[in-house]
Write a new protein. Sequence first.
Length: 558
Amino acid sequence: MYAGPAGAAHRTAQLPAPLLGPARTLRRLHARTPQGARHLHPPGHRSPALLRRRRGHLSHPVQQLGVLPWAGGRPLEGACRWCGWHPHRGQAAQTSPGPDQPRVPRDGGRPPQTRTFDAGLEFIDTNKNEDGWFLQLETFDPHEPFFSHKPYKDLYPHEYDGPEFDWPSYAPVAEPGDQVAHARYEYAALLSMCDESLGRVLDVMDENQMWDDTLLIVCTDHGYLLGENGWWAKLVMPWYDSLVHTPLFVWDPRSGAHGERRSSLVQTIDIAPTLLDWFGLESTPDMQGVPLARTVSEDQPVREAGLFGSFGAHVNVTDGRYVYMRAPDDPAGEATLHDYTIMPTRMRGRFSVDDLAGLELAEPFTFTKGLRTLRVPAEAHPACSFGTLLFDLTADPRQQTPITDPEIEHRMIGLLHDLLVRSDAPDEQFDRLGLPRPGEDLDGSPHWLRAHRGRDRAVQEATEMSHERRVAHALARLAPGVLDYRWLNSSVHQLTADPVAAPVIQRHAPGALRDELLTVGPDITLLDLAVANPELVNLESVRAVLDALSAASTAAVS
């Protein structure tokens, strides 16, 4: 999206933690009021309510995805510590809606995205002549399903006579070319709708002469694969550059830099310190981010390398040119992977009794303010099966061919190790990655190298059969003996909604219920999952599910 009058565009904006929150964020600040981004602060320094105590101000997040308890459209008593919170729930409020569920609002036809921006613009109009306020506009779009209105679809005319397809599965691309192109056009139309909404904000800033004293940051949390690297979506594959090299536009009236790019490596953890700096406050002690005022004005570097990734998957580091994705030595092993938390809750609900059976109390980390955390065994991420990967973004910006270069890999290992130490990673993380613990010698021995394994796997996969052929091959391995193909052809959504099938899935294939699969497409089957992510759901689990369901069907008939 174009953010005009254009601020400095940071060419490199690597994402430190892809699961930070809903998909699209717009932050806009006015005057010199202390305010931070709620999900970018370490424990004890994360809430705008906390910063509000330092110097009174009015903060008002507006978002498309509601995350706090509400009753009758009003916040429950004591539920919210913000000055105001205005949610607009739409498609984001549904947990993996099926294709037959409504995707658009029934309250006058204005979609949640539009109503979210309506509320934000109302706040601006009310407070445009005031000082000491902060507005965060957070919209779920662009996000699957790729719903938009006809005027935006008309911007991308194309011939297509296939099935409705605006919600790809989180899986390898197996659809024909025209269907892939159609999904991309649908996404582009939704992106244009978002662009129109952002333009409304910029127009209001024009109309009210707000550019001279208003800091504007337009950012996002992650990208979305539309066939790049042979995949749809996110989460279940490595964090390729298309997913983590995110747009970041900054307008800072102190420098007035506009229409320019910056080459310095920055991260979303730099947003909170940048906001605090704008309001004349120092960063809190545990923040690892850096204020970006000098980077915006004169491209001043703020770091040599940045750490990024998601829990249980690769641990990644980049210096802006090379990307090193370090996988655990045992991708399926869970002995060295634990949740460290004081809030035993996941996306679907609280930790189960089985989850908590092996809990321990961990010693405090440097950033937990002296508090001990729960240490709970966790599951490995399926993306680890890709192995350790090293890419040269200059020579291979699309990351099609991983490289092996011992000298470069040693340097990237050193950067990764140093950042893990500075982040106070637990010793088990070093063990998991096959790296020396803090204080132990990280020499130039080839013992630490792993990239050749990932490259060998990538070369092998490039010559293997297509996803469709692998599904057919897997089906042949399951048969004979499958008694009821109705279950085999049912989608994961249908199975988990079926009162007979749901407990069977829970018992034999719990990997299909993992949090990262909440947004898989409505048509993906257990067999698709077994082919795409065998570490998550294997063929033996699929067969056990089918046998149990077939037996249940036979018993019901008799």
